[in-house]
Design a protein around this ligand. Structure first.
Ligand SMILES: Nc1nc2c(ncn2[C@@H]2O[C@H](COP(=O)(O)OP(=O)(O)O)[C@@H](O)[C@H]2O)c(=O)[nH]1
Ligand SMILES: [Mg+2]
Length: 645
């Protein structure tokens, strides 16, 4: 269990940690000279009865060093609030307590120090003052232990209380991907570079590869110390020191605030959607686009606050906001953070990350706000269920998995448990809940119906027509899957590559029908080369435009394909030509054949053959390499769905 001190400067935090652990955490020469903690100090105490360890993070109390304090308290289990009996509650007593509250701290223990300097009446007075302060934050009833660190008075009782609380350590899942917030970096002679910090999630072993967030470079874990002793593994909830090695890695490429993480978590972001709590102590509301100082993990950077509804969040209130960071940051769902004012003088707000990967546009649109409200659920299952229920466009699985730190098998279990519909592949895969999936299909049918009404002579709507008429816009992969389901259920049918209602029938005009019947033998002769549009028109003594219009309609139906300029080929004839090419390739060395080979095989005119082969290249059936071609995809595959050329 990791415990952090909190409290005003000079109230005896460092002295108390020393009394509890025997370790003087003021290690810097400056700290020794000034008798003042400047940076974080660390001390560990092994409990005799079991192998548990109490880890202490001793923080500086001076207001000038709050930044350092903040780097040390993210992810800790218990706050040890230190108040000197002589001074009583002071500004940083309040500020530290507020910071821990914003960071989600639920458990405190209070040490009332320097009781040797005051009367019993004063001890009581300050006890009441501290109780009242804790009560304001909903922590009434928190135990307060009077101590004098100099002569060890009350230290045993306090230690006993701390031990008893070790059961309250935050429960952490070691099955998540590993990440650690780096708070110190140094080089040890004979060992190399060491980074220390709090392990937020997962576990690592010596020999593992990790990513350094500073530049995305890969590093290898050469050695691990957990709570100050050698180990071959470190896991969530522990403080550890990792000896890392990597190409070109040096102390100046890595700093406090960076993360060490498994590669699947490496996802820099600059737009983080959060639930924001403004401190009651603020004079006015937090306005839209306020410049602030964001503290997250052990990192700090400047960020603007975009208020997502209402234009401002009043003091003491909570609201949805987007943090727009000045540089890349790393955050996951549920991470806590603190905002200080731009000049880093005071703490103004803080909260919890809802979605670390906000879309580029439309951050305050109603649909996005509905998604954010759905994601407020703290359980991953409930969040995914709620989000898919409100999302008309489906939920992208990859960023959701990263945001919730879910290894692949775990996300699969969730998707199955919720009975979600998967569409698309790889990083573009989305999931829909059954209701939204059905709604989408109904909207598509509606769109096709509307299309028929507005274009009665068209054989049906193309995917593009359907996509353009749907709002919100649906990804093509999702649309294709929905259309496949609709055609399978025969709620929609296909003519060529167009979709129509089952009830919808259009026919060629009598004249077109006759024309097409007459032109068919010219375009697909038993022997000899098919004619071009103009020659066919001439041959039949019909107007080119009239013939072209009839052929175009046939193309829409998928009966005819325009393969090159003025070159219409009936679909079955084209399929036959494809089969010839496929057969030819199997008899050629390495499957490569020339234009002449193909011409000899088909005994058709040169110009026609060139048009055909170029069409084959375009639709991905063949692949040209100088003078030769080979088959890229099987004819079955390519000619099943007609192409417009
Ligand atoms: N008399 C007395 N002095 C104390 C006690 N605890 C700390 N001090 C002294 O108060 C000063 C500040 O203590 P320190 O631990 O550095 O305070 P911090 O700034 O909160 O870490 C030091 O001179 C300590 O020796 C105590 O219980 N009694
Ligand atoms: Mg100190």
């Amino acid at each position: 269990m990791i415990i952090a001190t909190a409290g005003h400067v000079d109230h005896g935090k460092t002295e108390l940690v020393k009394a509890l652990t025997g370790v003087d955490t003021d290690r810097l020469p400056e700290e020794k000279a000034r008798g003042l903690s400047v940076d974080l100090g660390f001390a560990y105490h092994s409990l005799p009865d079991d192998d548990a360890i109490l880890g202490f993070v001793d923080v500086p109390g001076h207001e000038k060093f709050i930044r350092n304090m903040l780097a040390g308290v993210a992810g800790i289990d218990l706050g040890l609030l230190v108040v000197a009996a002589d001074d009583g509650v002071m500004p940083q007593t309040r500020e530290h307590l507020a910071i821990l509250g914003l960071l989600g701290m639920r458990h405190y223990i209070v040490a009332l120090t320097k009781i040797d300097r005051v009367s019993p009446a004063r001890v009581q007075e300050v006890t009441d003052q501290v109780s009242e302060l804790l009560g304001e934050g909903g922590h009434e009833g928190t135990a307060i232990y009077p101590v004098c660190a100099l002569d060890n008075e009350g230290i045993d009782a306090l230690m006993k209380a701390l031990r008893a609380r070790k059961k309250e350590a935050r429960s952490r899942n070691v099955n998540h991907h590993f990440r650690m917030a780096i708070d110190r970096v140094f080089t040890l002679k004979g060992i190399g570079l060491v980074a220390t910090g709090m392990v937020f999630s997962g576990a690592i072993h010596t020999g593992d590869e990790l990513i350094l967030s500073a530049d995305g470079s890969s590093v290898r874990v050469r050695g691990i110390r957990v709570h100050n002793s050698e180990s071959n593994c470190a896991k969530a909830g522990e403080r550890c020191a990792i000896n890392i090695a990597g190409r070109g890695l040096s102390e100046h490429r890595i700093r406090r605030g960076n993360w060490l993480m498994q590669s699947s978590l490496y996802a820099p972001t600059r737009r983080i959607d959060v639930e924001l709590q403004v401190l009651e102590s603020e004079d006015g509301p937090l306005k839209h686009w306020t410049p602030t100082h964001l503290h997250i993990g052990a990192d700090h950077l400047s960020a603007r606050v975009a208020v997502l509804s209402g234009g401002a969040i009043p003091a003491g209130a909570c609201g949805l906001a987007q943090l727009v960071a000045s540089r890349d940051a790393f955050a996951l769902h549920g991470d806590h953070f603190v905002l200080r004012d731009q000049s880093a003088q005071r703490t103004i707000a803080g909260g919890r990350v809802i979605d670390p990967f906000s879309p580029k546009r439309g951050r305050a649109r109603p649909a996005r706000l509905a998604a954010l409200n759905a994601l407020r659920h703290s359980s991953t299952l409930a969040a995914l269920r709620a989000w898919t229920e409100v999302s008309e466009t489906g939920v992208l699985i990859a960023p959701f998995s990263v945001a919730h730190n879910l290894p692949a098998p775990r996300i699969d279990t969730l998707v199955d448990a919720l009975g979600l519909q998967r569409v698309g592949q790889g990083p573009d895969q989305r999931v829909f809940c059954e209701t939204q999936w059905q709604t989408l299909q109904a909207k598509i049918v509606q769109a096709v119906e509307t299309f028929h009404l507005s274009r009665p002579t068209s054989p049906g709507a193309s995917i593009k027509d359907i996509r353009l008429s749907l709002a919100p816009r649906i990804e093509v992969a999702a649309l294709e899957d929905a259309l496949a389901a609709l055609t399978k259920d025969q709620r929609l049918c296909m003519r060529g590559n167009r979709f129509h209602l089952r009830s919808h029938s259009i026919q060629f005009s009598k004249r077109d029908q006759q024309l097409l019947a007459r032109v068919a033998p010219k375009l697909a002769p038993q022997s000899g080369t098919p004619l071009s549009l103009h020659h066919a028109a001439e041959d039949l003594c019909v107007d080119v435009k009239t013939l072209e219009a009839a052929l175009k309609t046939a193309c829409k139906f998928g009966d005819m394909v325009l393969i090159g300029k003025n070159r219409y080929v009936p679909k079955p004839y084209l399929t036959k030509l494809g089969a010839v090419a496929e057969r030819l390739a199997t008899h050629c060395p390495d499957g490569y054949f020339t234009t002449v080979d193909y011409r000899d095989q088909t005994e058709l005119g040169r110009n026609f053959i060139i048009d055909v082969l170029e069409y084959f290249d375009r639709v991905g059936f063949t692949e040209r390499n100088g003078n030769v071609r080979r088959i890229r995809r099987s004819a079955d595959d390519v000619f099943k769905v007609p192409h417009d050329g």
